[in-house]
Design a protein around this ligand. Structure first.
Ligand code: AMP
Ligand code: MG
Length: 286
């Protein structure tokens, strides 16, 4: 079973963004509930895996003009970036993935332009790159906590658009996902982490402090989403209060993206019959 969910259901329309008007508990494009939604993701896995392998094969054969995909996962703590990696991204061959998590920048990273560390993490040809947080932190947490001068933050929106246009020009298809959860959902998930000793490693007391800045984060997201929602690198807002929906929606987005790219199995650059003959005629290997 597959769902009727399409990228169009999730695409953020151009113009001003009001996240309070987007229901984080909705399931756009999907009629079913959790059980069938989970089954739909499993059903999608084989096709996703096949498309990814074709893309990878194109990269190895050096055809397809060095194409790649870059999935950007942005969201507040507990929005499910890790869960998406495990349940959706995990459906494809790990050899074809390049996963990068962006944390608080190191001293060396801070000495460079904010895109320096991002450039070093880009997917090579045939790969699916995944960013768990991204260059958007440099206009989100940095804006909320005034970690850079106002003028520098202002400059970054255009710098991001120029950078992403450059990536698109180089054959990298961007899929930018904002994992949208409510403050209540975050509270529930943080409490669940505290109730489960096997989840304590994921808990950071600082996350509770960050919750106090929820309205400032929402505003920073709204500004960033509006200013970087370009034709070439559009934003998708994924209602993420339901984990199963989030996983399925991002799976469908990846599937649609890869289907549109239509990667092809490379033709052999050798004579297949000749190679069969050589194997048939060889002296037995002891
Ligand atoms: P986590 O994703 O939960 O492991 O946390 C990573 C932390 O690094 C988050 O609190 C991010 O806001 C923070 N972080 C990521 N990128 C930056 C950045 N460019 N500047 C400051 N903090 C960042
Ligand atoms: Mg965290």
């Amino acid at each position: 079973m597959t769902s009727a969910l399409q990228a169009a259901h999730l695409r953020l329309p151009p113009g001003p963004v009001d996240l309070t008007a987007i229901d984080s508990g909705a399931t756009p494009g999907v009629e079913c509930g959790k059980k069938d939604g989970k089954a739909a993701l499993v059903a999608l896995g084989d096709e996703l895996s096949d498309l990814q392998e074709r893309l990878f094969a194109e990269g190895v054969a050096d055809i397809g003009h060095g194409r790649a995909v870059l999935l950007v996962l942005q969201g507040m703590d507990t929005s499910g970036k890790g869960g998406t990696l495990r349940h959706t991204v995990g459906l494809v061959d790990p050899q074809g993935l390049r996963i990068s998590s962006f944390k608080k920048p190191t001293k060396e990273e801070l000495e460079h332009d904010f895109l320096w560390r991002i450039r070093k993490a880009l997917p090579g040809k045939g790969m699916i790159g995944v960013f768990d947080r991204s260059h958007y932190e440099d206009v989100l947490v940095v804006r909320v906590h005034e970690l850079a001068p106002k003028r520098e933050i202002e400059r970054r929106y255009d710098a991001i658009n120029a950078f992403e246009a450059e990536l698109a020009g180089a054959g990298i298809t961007l899929v930018k996902c904002m994992l949208h959860i409510s403050a209540d959902t975050q509270k529930e998930r943080l409490l669940a982490r505290l109730d489960d000793p096997t989840k304590h490693w994921k808990f950071n007391p600082g996350d509770v402090d960050e919750r106090a800045h929820w309205p400032q984060y929402r505003e920073a997201y709204e500004i960033a989403l509006e200013r970087t929602n370009t034709e070439i690198a559009p934003w998708y807002v994924i209602p993420s209060d339901h984990k199963w929906y989030r996983n399925l929606a991002i799976g469908e987005l990846l599937h649609e993206t890869l289907t549109n790219m239509n990667p092809q199995w490379p033709a052999a650059d050798f004579d297949v019959e000749e190679q069969k003959r050589r194997l048939a005629e060889e002296i037995p290997v002891k």
